[in-house]
Design a protein around this ligand. Structure first.
Ligand code: HDE
Length: 676
């Protein structure tokens, strides 16, 4: 860990703000040493507390003000530090130094989040995920504020408060938490058909990721690259995780909300602590200005994606997350992202959703972080110097020296001076704008269903089944029958069979007309076509005293070398004795562990005279089997597979040649969908 901190300018900057209270005397915030912290000052041992007790008042007042408003969306998040390095000079398209200098390592801070739930909600709710990156570049902070879904619900930001109101808990009773499975959301969906494409993604496996480390990121809006000659290009940003994009199954996600509400947080934190640094490649889809109208959708419409088969994603660099935060509140909670934080060479488009975002982020941060000086909070400070005539306001930390706080001036030689573009001054792209003031949407935005169908067509059979199940679950929770009916009627425009199946599941009339003429698909959208790897996958190793020491030892050593993460689970925590003097420490017992916490199970030996234990192990295996996870067994463990009739099923690996290797190959497949 210490090594990773070397040569990281953001880390060096944060260092002066770090305080370690260990081995120090306790003081008040004024630096006065405190002699007593457990007894307030009272008039006599049984008498009233005295106002004079300044230590009590300071301690209590600070506590009373500990909370700040949570983010109105993306309240629950988790973040880490890292670095970005470019593979290839992109100067043909952009003059941004971060995208032209391949030698540079740029510090980054990344915050992942759910959108809907409150700060204390569970990680695995069905939802889009935020994927916001702050690059601390030498030209100023650049924020790529992305989601793990490439499209959005609405086309014009003026509808953002409506869509957010609809998916948040209902206002009369504040139910349900972190879930779209309720009447208001689906009423909004049915009556605002532009969100059909996004809703298909929300009903898909993308909305229940296995890990933040296995999630793609998308800038969603079309941005602009501008090169040194002033030539501009449309650009869409992508993050591609090296481990591939993988998901949970719904039952598992639901159970995890109780078993480990911090499932994604734990996963990221532990991976970084282990040194399994998550890696994501940055990709760009670049479209020439003159090709703006060559697509069958509008590039400015955030409910559309550019299929990768039409415009390939060019991989240009890699981000590695290398360091957990020191303090959640100071860093993760106080970080403030803003899509308008750009550097020369990166510019905006007229996408009406993006234009609204450019207003909203600072506005919300003003209330959340209590004033206009939140850029001075350590996590938000650029690592390059900043100078202007902005002064004062709540919590100002900078002590501006000198008398001049205005431009133009003569007393400070007219400084700070605006920098010309040759000196790095930001110049907005001079897009020609000419039009009447209207409240209207371009006709090129009105096809709401073709790409929803494209997405559906691109799904594999198991993915389609999951989408049907998700629609059925969510609409099944909608009490108003008309809302259920309106939705199946709406989604008949995406796929008739999908709508009919869901209609039958939720007790409304299956639509008999609709359907789509779109036959196009985009294979890149299916998660079956993502990189597959066994690295960092978690395996539950269930064993009890008397296990085959040499065999288990060699299997576990092989797996560790392959990058698997192992948890030894037994009847009790503590040492488990194997043959030939091989002893392993169980870090979990079967009552604290749960199969949903693992990617795979290795059953070594599990029987006990305790029926409760045997039942728990049987349940563990049964659940792993139903969730299509890899199950391996050697020796006595094989009997468990036979009893449960799991043998001869895909992804069930038992004794025999190359057991350890076959198991790793099976784990790398993520899930075995063709299992019965
Ligand atoms: Fe955001 N969004 N958003 N958003 N968004 C916020 O800013 C907003 C949109 C995204 O980890 C807020 O500081 C509007 C798309 C992320 O701190 C707020 C519109 C995408 C995060 C806001 C959108 C995003 C936010 C709330 C439509 C994907 C969390 C707290 C016009 C590209 C950042 C805050 C973090 C947060 C407004 C749509 C991503 C209210 C008005 C599309 C990842 O300002």
């Amino acid at each position: 860990m210490a090594d990773k901190r070397k040569n990281d300018p953001k880390d060096e900057q944060l260092e002066i703000f770090r305080v370690n209270d260990k081995d120090k005397f306790m003081t008040t915030n004024q630096g006065l040493k405190v002699s007593e912290d457990e007894l307030s000052l009272t008039a006599g041992v049984r008498g009233p507390t005295i106002m004079e007790d300044f230590h009590f008042r300071e301690k209590m007042t600070h506590f009373d003000h500990e909370r700040i408003p949570e983010r109105v969306v993306h309240a629950r998040g988790f973040a880490a530090h890292g670095e970005f390095q470019l593979y290839e000079n992109m100067e043909r398209y952009t003059k941004a130094k971060i995208f032209t200098d391949t030698s540079k390592k740029t510090p980054v801070f990344v915050r992942f989040s759910t959108v809907n739930g409150a700060r204390g909600s569970a990680d695995t709710a069905r939802d889009a995920r935020g994927f916001a990156t702050k690059f601390y570049t030498d030209e100023g902070n650049y924020d790529l504020v992305a989601n793990n879904i490439p499209v959005f619900f609405i086309q014009d930001g003026i509808k953002f408060p409506d869509v957010v109101h609809s998916f948040k808990p209902e206002p009369h009773n504040d139910i349900p938490q972190a879930s779209t499975a309720h009447d208001n959301f689906w009423d909004f969906v049915a009556n605002n058909p532009e969100n059909a494409h996004m809703v298909m993604w929300i009903m898909s496996d993308r909305a229940i990721p296995r890990s933040f480390r296995m999630m793609e990121g998308f800038g969603v809006n079309s941005f602009r690259f501008v090169n040194a000659n002033g030539e501009a290009f449309f650009v869409k940003f992508h993050w591609k995780p090296k481990l591939g994009a993988h998901s949970l199954v719904w039952e598992e996600a639901q159970k995890l909300m109780g078993v480990d509400p911090d499932f994604h947080r734990n996963d990221l934190w532990e991976a970084i602590e282990r040194g399994d640094y998550p890696e994501y490649e940055l990709g760009v889809q670049i479209v020439r200005q003159e090709d703006e109208f060559k697509f069958d959708f509008d590039l400015l419409d955030a409910t559309k994606l550019i299929p990768e088969e039409e415009v390939p994603v060019k991989i240009i660099g890699k981000m590695t997350l290398t360091r957990n935060v020191d303090n959640f509140f100071a860093e993760t909670e106080q970080v403030a992202f803003h899509p308008a934080n750009v550097v020369p060479g990166i510019d905006f488009t007229n996408d009406p959703l993006l234009q609204a975002r450019l207003f909203s982020y600072v506005d919300t941060q003003l209330i959340r972080l209590g004033g206009p000086n939140f850029h001075e909070i350590p996590i938000n400070r650029p690592i390059c110097p900043f100078h202007n005539n902005q002064r004062d306001g709540y919590h100002r930390q900078t002590i501006n020296v000198g008398r001049v706080n205005y431009h133009r001036n003569s007393l400070a030689g007219n400084t700070p001076t605006p920098a010309p573009p040759e000196e790095g001054g930001y110049k907005h792209y001079e897009e020609k704008v000419d039009g009447r003031k209207v409240r209207a949407r371009s006709k090129s935005f009105t096809d709401f269903f073709s790409q929803a169908t494209l997405f559906w067509n691109s799904m594999s059979e198991p993915e389609k089944k999951h989408i049907i199940d998700a629609f059925s679950f969510e609409l099944g929770k909608v009490k108003n029958k008309s809302v259920r009916q309106q939705n199946v009627d709406l989604f008949a425009n995406v796929d008739l069979e999908l709508a009919q199946t869901v209609a039958r599941n939720v007790g409304v009339t299956p639509p008999n007309s609709g359907g789509s003429s779109v036959t196009k698909s985009s294979p890149a959208l299916s998660q079956l076509n993502t990189p597959m790897s066994a690295k960092t996958r978690k395996v539950a190793v269930i064993l009890s005293n008397g296990f085959n020491g040499p065999l288990v030892n060699s299997v576990l050593e092989f797996w560790k070398a392959e990058g698997l993460v192992l948890d030894i689970i037994s009847e009790d925590q503590g040492m488990v004795m194997g043959t030939n003097g091989v002893n392993l420490e169980a870090t979990q017992n079967v009552y604290t562990a749960d199969s949903v916490l693992y990617d795979a199970v290795y059953m070594v030996r599990g029987s006990s005279s305790d029926m409760r234990y045997n039942q728990k192990v049987a349940h563990f295996l049964d659940e792993a089997f139903r969730h299509k996870k890899t199950i391996g067994a050697t020796g006595e463990g094989v009997q468990w597979l036979q009893v449960n009739k799991f043998t001869n099923q895909p992804g069930v690996i038992s004794d025999g040649g190359d057991f350890a290797k076959r198991f790793v190959e099976a784990v790398a497949m993520h899930r075995h969908w063709n299992r019965l």
